[in-house]
Design a protein around this ligand. Structure first.
Ligand code: DAK
Length: 258
């Protein structure tokens, strides 16, 4: 297993776990962490033995945002030329479903990182927000775009323009969070969700994630066309035959990810 400086990785069954590990900075996303996070996710993505990823932080913070101290002295041109947040943006291309297990602060880039995941499970202690306006900047990795699509214009504008935070319950009501659980159950719940995904046939899971992603980007008509073709293509997998045969024979399917 690769040794990282700012994250810890582990494989449990068919699930890859990534834990952000900069406790002194509340897991603020500096360039080393963003690079390591992407590398770890891509390594899991390249492993057929992995069917889902859990991304988590600490009890106090999932991530308190981009590392302010690292970026405060940069110019606008440097931000663009250095592709400072490139690794985080590329995290969106990970094809394996990612379950975010969020406790404590998920602010700024931390909230945006959660939104790069497919399922967000929040501890009842979690706090979400886009406070960039307090620093005289704006969200830069989806906080005005993915957030808008997740919660609608008025809730997104409330967060982005005032910089206020949302509790886990308010985030769930707004549609930003998939499930809220007591903090003590967060990792177990995230593990169960990831195990459930990892038990499915990989081609169908990849296809489902790709179709959902397409739906975020395109028109309804285009999305429906994409869904129809991907649905049909799955009938050429051995796992589709196995899944439907197993249903008829009243037994659990044995998927081979083919
Ligand atoms: N960056 C660096 N250090 C941070 C940090 C951050 N975002 N958040 C916390 N820390 C550090 C604190 O400085 C402190 O370090 P020491 O002073 O002890 O060395 C340590 O973590 C503990 O924090 P506090 O002492 O402040 O802890 P409290 O419990 O009192 O407060 C807090 C917790 C989360 C409320 C507070 O730390 C806080 O407000 N943090 C900043 C939250 C924030 O503003 N986040 C948004 C950051 S801006 C872009 C892409 C992305 C972005 C921008 C552009 N492009 C593509 C262009 C994203 C921007 C952001 O995320």
């Amino acid at each position: 297993m690769t040794e990282y400086e700012t994250i810890v990785t582990e494989t449990r069954g068919r699930v890859g776990w990534i834990t952000l590990n900069r406790p002194d900075a509340l897991n603020a996303l500096n360039s080393v962490l963003m690079r390591e996070l992407l590398a770890a996710a891509l390594a899991f993505d390249a492993d057929e033995g992995i069917g889902a990823i859990v991304l988590t932080g600490s009890e106090r913070a999932f991530a308190a945002g981009a590392d302010i101290k690292e970026m405060e002295s940069k110019s606008g041109l440097e931000m663009i030329m250095s592709d400072h947040f490139g690794p985080l943006a590329r995290f969106a291309d990970v094809r394996t479903p990612v379950v975010a297990a969020v406790a404590g602060y998920a602010l700024g880039g931390g909230c945006e990182l959660a939104m790069l995941c497919d399922i967000i499970i929040a501890a009842d202690t979690a706090t979400f927000g886009q406070p960039e306006v307090n620093l005289a900047v704006i969200p830069g990795i989806g906080g005005t775009q993915r957030l808008l699509r997740a919660v609608g214009y008025y809730k997104a504008a409330d967060l982005v323009l005032t910089g206020r935070s949302l509790s886990a319950d308010e985030a769930e009501r707004a549609g930003l969070v998939s499930r809220v659980v007591p903090a003590a159950e967060l990792l177990a719940e995230a593990g169960r969700a990831a195990d459930a995904i990892a038990a499915k046939s990989l081609p169908s899971v990849f296809a489902a994630k790709a179709a959902l992603d397409a739906g975020m980007e395109t028109t309804l008509a285009e999305g429906l066309r994409f869904e129809k073709h991907v649905f049909a293509a799955l009938f050429d997998t051995a796992d589709q035959k196995e899944g439907m045969t197993a249903f008829r024979e009243k037994r659990a399917p044995e998927f081979r990810h083919r």
